[in-house]
Design a protein around this ligand. Structure first.
Ligand SMILES: NC(=O)c1ccc[n+]([C@@H]2O[C@H](COP(=O)([O-])OP(=O)(O)OC[C@H]3O[C@@H](n4cnc5c(N)ncnc54)[C@H](OP(=O)(O)O)[C@@H]3O)[C@@H](O)[C@H]2O)c1
Length: 348
């Protein structure tokens, strides 16, 4: 380990009390990086509360600290302009990693998919003043498309994204819980919550992830010749995200080659049909075994679970296939953010 990588680092995390902020701290916890100071910022609602990092309590502050002298600012906020934090970081000449999507369309800011963290990409990351991370939907899709590059050219990918309440932050999860209880008890009208309408026991077409953002992010990453689009649906689950992904290839590919490429793909776990990865037992002894991967199967994993390979029977054999992906968007994002932070800080 070099002298520079042994030097303790000082970090500021905005949004430390949120779902992503907490998960990012967990990921940092698992590294062996020497971190001498971690300032956790949240809204005035959380001022005076604590956050846990490596077994020690830190005070949550609602006062934005002077950023000069810190090694990295990480933005995991919601409901506050991330660009104001970015401006402060630029003024203080401290590198800033945005996880909110606020910088995703600014072409002068590197948008960091896995491929941009290697070779020349890593050298650029090491000096860039601002860094942007793609949404979890774009990250998951990019892993699939990267893996499939080994067997053929995907000319079109069309995804139907199923988003949980966690897409709307901690308050989204709380709203789903309160709405569900209210409906069960038939006590009061369901509360609206941050989704803008009640989500419990309902499915909202057009709800959930920000499709123009995902399309724009993948547009910056994809090579010419691949078209990608999504439709979004909010479903009444608490956590996780699923995508039913229809793929069209330039030339027919066979199922065995497709599965092999996905089995080898970085950050992917292929789940063969037949068993749920949670090991659920069939309801009837002789009945079919439950199949996955479900959103709960993926909870807590930084990988993308992929399965349910099906041919599109309306097309020429081998040209068009459907896949099902399930992942934990918060864990996936936190783990990728930690990887970016490691490259920026010269620690990995
Ligand atoms: N949820 C996901 O699946 C996911 C995945 C990847 C990226 N993201 C992005 O990550 C960001 C956070 O998402 P989340 O799900 O973690 O949201 P969240 O649970 O609602 O957390 C939001 C965080 O922002 C803080 N905050 C709000 N106003 C603030 C202010 N004025 N100053 C400082 N901090 C403030 C909140 O503090 P309080 O606790 O005091 O309110 C909280 O810590 C969003 O931009 C989201 O798009 C989310």
């Amino acid at each position: 380990m070099s002298q520079a990588s042994r030097e303790p680092r000082r970090l500021v995390v905005f949004g430390v009390t949120g779902q992503l902020g907490q998960e990012f701290l967990d990921e940092l916890d698992d590294t062996e990086w020497s971190i001498s100071e971690l300032v956790g910022v949240a809204s005035s609602e959380s001022a005076g509360t604590d956050f846990d990092f490596r077994g020690l309590d830190g005070d949550v502050t609602a006062e934005w600290p002077p950023l000069k002298g810190y090694d990295l600012v990480v933005i995991c906020t919601r409901g506050v302009s991330a660009l104001e934090i970015v401006r402060d970081a630029l003024k203080a000449e401290v590198p800033c990693l945005d996880l909110t999507g606020a910088l995703a369309t600014q072409t002068e800011v590197p948008l960091l998919f896995a491929q941009n963290l290697e070779g020349e990409g890593a050298s650029a990351v090491a000096v860039a003043p601002l860094l942007a991370m793609p949404s979890a939907t774009a990250l998951a899709t990019s892993r699939i498309l990267t893996a499939l590059q080994t067997i053929g050219s995907v000319v079109r990918a069309q995804g139907t994204v199923l988003s949980s309440a966690a897409t709307h932050g901690r308050k989204g999860v709380l709203a789903l819980s309160q709405q569900s209880i209210a409906l069960f008890n038939q006590t009061e009208e369901p509360l609206t919550g941050p989704a803008g309408q009640a989500v419990a026991f309902d499915v909202i077409p057009g709800g959930g992830v920000d499709v123009p953002r995902v399309r724009g992010e993948l547009g910056r990453w994809l090579v010419e010749g691949t078209a990608v689009d999504f439709t979004n649906i909010q479903v009444p689950t608490f956590v996780g995200e699923g995508i039913s992904l229809a793929l069209e290839f330039a030339e027919p590919v066979d199922a065995t080659a497709l599965v092999s490429s996905l089995e080898l793909g970085e950050g992917l776990i292929w789940i063969a049909d037949g068993i749920g990865s949670r090991g659920l037992a069939p309801v009837e002894e002789d009945g079919p075994e439950p199949v996955g991967p479900t959103l709960r199967d993926a909870a807590g994993s930084g990988d993308v679970l992929v399965g349910r390979l099906e041919p599109d029977e309306t097309r020429e054999a081998g040209i068009s296939w459907r896949l099902w992906l399930s992942f934990d968007p918060i864990r996936l994002s936190a783990s990728h953010a930690t990887r970016i932070a490691g490259v920026r800080l010269g620690l990995s």
